[in-house]
Design a protein around this ligand. Sequence first.
Ligand code: SAJ
Length: 424
Amino acid sequence: MNVAVIGLGYIGLPTAALLATSGHRVYGYDVDARLRRSLQLGDVPTLEEPVREAALEALRSQRLQIVDRTPLAQAYILCLPTPTHEGKPDLRFVEAAAAAVAEVAEPGAIVVVESTVPPGATERIVRRALAAHGKPIEDYVVAHCPERVIPGSIMTELRNNARVVGGRIPADAEAVRELYASFCQGEIATTSIAVAEFVKIVENTFRDVNIAFANELATLAEDMGVDVWETIALANKHPRVDILQPGPGVGGHCIPVDPHFLSDANPIASELIQSARRVNDRMPFRIVRRIGELVGPGQGAKIAILGAAYKANVDDARESPTVRIDELLRDRGYETAIYDPLVKRFHRPLCETLDEAVSEADAVVLVTPHDVFREIDPAAVARSMRRPRLVDTRRFFDPARWQGCGFECYVLGRPFLQPVDAVV
Ligand code: SAJ
């Protein structure tokens, strides 16, 4: 089949590559001319090696072609971002892509929206776009098939995750299920468009609420003088309990965003969801308060932050808790130095080396639990610092080891400032 993938970001590009290596002829289009140009030259901007390899293979075989306008194709897969601004969903990228598709698509073409959208939006946007060209939606196959992959494991999850395909009518869902079955080995369930849209938002909201629960437990545990990490690990041994992990806040472009699609649609009926958002948004403030308790007031004290990415082992810093923690610290008069060997794009300069970050620092704060940070030698860090103090927001380091090197430690969700032997 000739398939056009519109939007070549972290979902569109690997999807295009997978379709191409599964025997389809694929056209990839993105509004970003620089991205198109670099892909045309075989330069694939991604940290995930399997994505790069699959994209290069698809480009070399010419089964994937990067095109400079929305092409004529038998199927269109729309993979555009849907950000929120102050809690309001912004669907303009999807609307613009749908308008361009509607202009060229011929009757019988498949139009799939993968972007996360509020229930009802897929059909409304595609119907309007087609109508603007006098084309009735009934002449097209229209579906929503939300992406579900986790950054860091994109190719594997694209191939293997179960998918949900919501069709405007059952026959549309079935046609799109067949297309996805050509590259996805996971179970593919079919339903209506609105259910598929709701499922996607519910999945990410479930995670946000569960993390908020863990974050609230961390606060309670500190007050009660118990260890939240041990508590959660033991509670999760119950066959019907599965609590996520506390942390410095929820980042990325999905989990902190998608709950707003529900609270925006019905602010009255989404009390728990909004409250979870607030709990998670408050975490950077709590971490900064603890830093203040450990280090004293700003007045030029230097804080070294480990990690700019929103989560472990990715290069993506969007909505990262580091951004907020850094802002709050600087507002309070601290000097900050951020070190993340994975992140290439950040709104402020990052330190080139760990030593540059920790040199003369008054505290080191672990925000992102990258595997590479496991190699850090606390004794060497202590020698560089003005005064060795550690704030570990992920219970990543072994506090006994750091304390053995002279560090005063605060670990989120553990009784604060306890003696060495109690922390082991
Ligand atoms: N986090 C915690 N505690 C945890 C787990 C995560 O604080 O126990 C934090 C992370 O550090 C990070 C944030 O939550 O800051 C989000 O990370 P994540 O790994 O939970 O999620 P994403 O945004 O990388 O990917 C999610 C996934 N959704 C679900 O697992 C339900 C992915 O499958 C979706 O495709 C993706 O959102 C998306 O695009 O919607």
